[in-house]
Design a protein around this ligand. Sequence first.
Ligand code: NAI
Length: 345
Amino acid sequence: MIKVAFYDAKAYDRPSFEKYGGERGVQFRFLETKLNEDTVALAEGCDAVCVFVNDTVDARVIDKLYGYGVKLVALRSAGYNNVDVRAAFGKVHVTHVPAYSPYAVAEHAMALLLTSVRRVHKAYNRTREFNFSLNGLTGFDFHGKTAGVIGTGKIGRIFIDICRGFGMKVIAYDPFPAKDSGIECVSLDELFARSDIISLHCPLTDDTRHLIGADAISRMKKGVVIVNTSRGGLIDAEALLEGIKARQIGAACLDVYEEEADIFFEDRSGHIMDDDLLSRLISMPNVIVTSHQAFLTEEALSNIAETTVSNILSCFENDGVCDNELCYRCGNIEQCKKERREKCF
Ligand code: NAI
């Protein structure tokens, strides 16, 4: 039996992980706490840890895991900006779930966009109070508008298809665009200048942190709607708030927030909110915030559990050659042992 410490466990995680783990000999120890330096000791005696987007897997945590004999960090997410992959090299394997339901995220991005532009969130609250007034609920047609998509990977391309279904013109920016995709790729500057709607679907890296900041916002069309279902750090939230106050930004739809780690995924309704910036954003009539829920569909949860369990088994049953391993050397295919089906280290 492979023992796995499962950090940041939520009620919705358990059924699918218990099902696939139970069927295939992987025993999960579900822990409500997040992984960090203070909680890493809970992994002692386990073969692997299973982590999510707000667990901290930095060099110090990795060294402790290595010391406990933990062999694998199995991410149950696609994004891995919270893991120091370079520090893990030679010590613990790191796997992720590259795709579980890109439809879930792309559809949520459109759900936020429609809700915001057609004021559904306002209308829902009004009619519950038998207020049937339409004042202040005017939206705009998507048909004929220009959507600017940043990142044309799995999720970005599905979002593009959805936008085209609404009759929107789509332009995109991606430094590594897919060949023959038929997508009109433009520079970031042109995308900012032409888009009525901008949706972010690129990873968070050193290059993309605060991609949307004061300067970028000043180059956008007045009234632009910004959608972020990717990672909070892509947007400088202070600049976003200023852009909203200046009426430069027409609306913002946020499923992620840079400082979400200690806030999102938890019921904070009985607490005083310490994060003034998030409070101010949430108080705006043209901002919609969801709590990193874009991935949360039955299909995605099932795929996440199935792939994570397969990743774990592959590492322990396949002489350390893990499925979906993240290796910082993979930038250099010539050097990459995994390409030759050998152990990474
Ligand atoms: P992907 O790896 O298929 O696509 C990412 C695309 O971004 C690639 O085409 C890549 O070339 C492009 N890219 C890289 N650097 C860029 C840059 N500087 N500017 C513009 N584009 C750049 O990833 P996928 O599956 O489409 O996911 C995208 C992001 O969505 C993930 O990185 C993750 O952060 C986020 N995500 C959010 C979820 C949620 O629940 N809110 C769930 C799953 C993913």
